[in-house]
Structure formats: structure tokens, C-alpha cells
Design a binder for this molecule. Sequence first.
Ligand code: GLV
Length: 328
Amino acid sequence: MERPTRPRVFVTRQLPGDALARLAAQVSLRVWEEQLPPPREVLLAETREVEGLITLLTDRVDEPLLEGAPRLRAVSNVAVGYDNIDVAACTARRIPVGNTPGVLTETTADFAFALLMGLARRVAEADAYVRTGQWRTWEPGLLLGTDVHGATLGLVGLGAIGAAMARRARGFGMRVLYVNRRARPDLEAELGLTRVDKATLLAESDFVSLHVPLNVETRHWLGRADFAAMKPGALLVNTARGAVVDPAALAEALASGHLGGAALDVTEPEPLPLDSPLLKLPNVLLAPHIASASHATRGRMASMAVDNLLAALEGRKPPHCVNPELFT
Ligand code: GLV
């Protein structure tokens, strides 16, 4: 009997853990082995004949790619966000799209809180101060920061990661405000949060932390007028997507001193160019988009992405599917 041909799958990068070995046992696999993402023409060429595609947030899956990939039956993103994928175009072609929610919630909130603390208490500046030999004595006015306990935190978005951030903030005795499309009376009762409008959140928050997906409603959610409406000296934390913030308005707000500082795991663009004004400011704490980067979590994300892909290739609904209407 002839063995049925295995589905062909292209994966745009090596992934941590053993998920790809598991995938290789079931499909005909090609993996892009480089550190940098496959150039666009390579991605288009590699997807031409495949049934399945595993992508990262650096890989654009759009109409031209789908047009050139007539066999494609499954797209699986190794991320909770999927703004790199034209989901409507995938749905129109009846291609399920998977993502990796849940497994990265706590890890991402850990890092967002680490950035908040690091920015407030100037941890990176303090480290550089010691390393560069500037530490001469104990000084009463040295590297003074902002208290986290007792401060007001404004959460923009109260999904799973926003809620995990709220729990951490509660542990630090913070007052927590939030804006979200829908009210969360359950979390308000559990954690003592207050839902407010955008103007109130900006006016009253000592820290503003972003936890929304990037879409047409949230692109440049924080613009020039919004920064002006923030409390003077407030601190911004972004672990969502760089483009939720207007980068020119951010640079201006920091330069004017109205914004007290920013901790950014994500920027627009990524990576940040070396001539970015943000790199020159001591009150900006930067990270290379690593909020979900723990050994355990990145392994789970890879595993979940493989599960999503295999389900879709078998015609089943992926366990985490962003266009579940394909299966109703
Ligand atoms: C990372 O940014 C993700 O969306 O998982």
C-alpha cells in the first residue's frame, strides 16, 4: 500500500524545546535555521508548496503570500499577538490561524512588573553607575526614584495579562485603574480595580502599562494629545506592541520631561535603530521584546503552536484558534 504523503510544513525559525522534533515525526518539515527572519522572497518561495506554516511575529502573512500558497491549510503563530497575520484574508481562504494565549500570561506580567520596578527605581542606571566606577560614597540624593507602593497604576487593557499585572500591583499596595472595552466586575470585586475612561486614567496614573493587542483601534492609542493629558512625571510601561504608542509623540514627551520615563520591551520599529533618540535618554529602559522569554514558557509556546498546526492540518479546530468561525 502506498504511504500517504505527509503534509509539508515550513517553520520560520528554530524553536526552543522538543516541539519541532515532535512535528518532524508527523510532517515533512523545513525549518529556517538563521537568526534573522527569512527574507520576504524566501518566505514566499518556501510557502509556495506547503500545507502548513509556523510563523513568528516577525513574519508577515498577507494576501500576496496566501495568493502564492494555494495548498496552505494551516497557519500557526508562535505568539499570543497576531498583528503580523491578515486573519481576514486567511478566513476568506478557510485557513485556520492559531496563536499561543494563556501559557505566557504570568511570564509576561512578571516582566512587565520587572520593567515597572526597574524604571521606577532606576535599576539599569544604578548598575551602569557602579560598573563605570562612579560610585564614590553613600549619598542621600543619589539615584532617587519613584515609589511603586501606594502609587496609581493605569492598565490599558484588562485581558489575561492585564489582570495578571493587576494582581502583582495589588501585592505592592498600588491603586489600580483600568480601561477596557468591556467592564470586568468580577476582577473589580476580586482585586479592587476601578474602571475609568481614558482621560481619567491618563490624568490620575503614576504608571501607565499597556496590555492591548495591536489593531486598528489601538494603533497609536497614545499620541501627542494623550501624552499631554498624562500626569506630569508619569512613567510608561509597554510590553504590548510598539505601535500602540506614536513613537514621535513618545520621543517628544520624554524630551520635554512631561513624561517621567518609559520602559519599553516593544518599539516601533523593531529592532530600534541605533540612532533612535530613545537610546540617548537615561530615563528610558529598553528590552528586545523578551517579556515571554522564560525557558519554560517559550517551550510551551512552541508546543502549543505545533498542536495548533497539527489540529488544523487534520481538519480539526486548533485548540487556540483566532478565527474559530471557520468551524461553526
Ligand atoms: C509576543 O509579543 C506575543 O505576542 O506573544
